[in-house]
Design a protein around this ligand. Sequence first.
Ligand SMILES: [Fe+2]
Ligand SMILES: [Fe+2]
Length: 252
Amino acid sequence: MKQIKMGTNTTGIATSPIDSKELIEFAQVIPPSSPGSEAEAAAVRSEYARESGTVGSVPPPASVKGIIKAAGELIHGRPPALLIDKLGERLQFERSGTRLYEAMIAKHDAEGSFEGGPTRADLEAIRDDELRHFALLKRAIERLGADPTAMTPGADVVGLASSGVLAVAVEPRINLGQSLQALLVAELTDNDSWRMLIDLAIAYGQDEMAAEFRVAEQHEAIHLERVRAWLSSKLALDARGEPTSTTPQQAA
Ligand SMILES: [Fe+2]
Ligand SMILES: [Fe+2]
């Protein structure tokens, strides 16, 4: 495990009191080179928000076999687009989740784990859960007669939101312990999002779907519990200043 240590970090102004004094004086005398203010920047953003279109759309049903027989037909008195959008959103997140754990496994192989940290098998088990959730959502979307490969608006939004999480996991200079922070972000979202999706499925009268999703929600509760425990162990080890390295395990 790569250790966090004191190094030649020069990002803070305390590194050079003379230069920082000059820099502050300069900033006070010379106005910013770009004109405008926070209020003007906010006004431009508002203007863009008003003038821009939406992020994608939900395509009409691709098949005539599903629950939605025709475009515009309601499910349990509700428009199908919302349910399809949210299913697509969850599918996107579970796909990213699978890749997130794949990246963690690669880090584990490179640097090993730490006392109280995840084993390769632990990471593989969660990776497999996320992949099963992805497949579960794919089937649920297909049963409705919709296309699981379509990028829905919600899928776009969570794809963008989770891009930072994935970036942390694949960044080679960020160690396994630090990467757990990204897993925490993902698993907290996983837990809340499944709960909301279950409520939505029930509102749409999809009781069977809701029952399947409850099983996924139970897995997510375990994922979160495990990630929290690994993070706590790492923090406790770091606080004691103990070496945390274990021998890297090779991929089977
Ligand atoms: Fe998940
Ligand atoms: Fe998860």
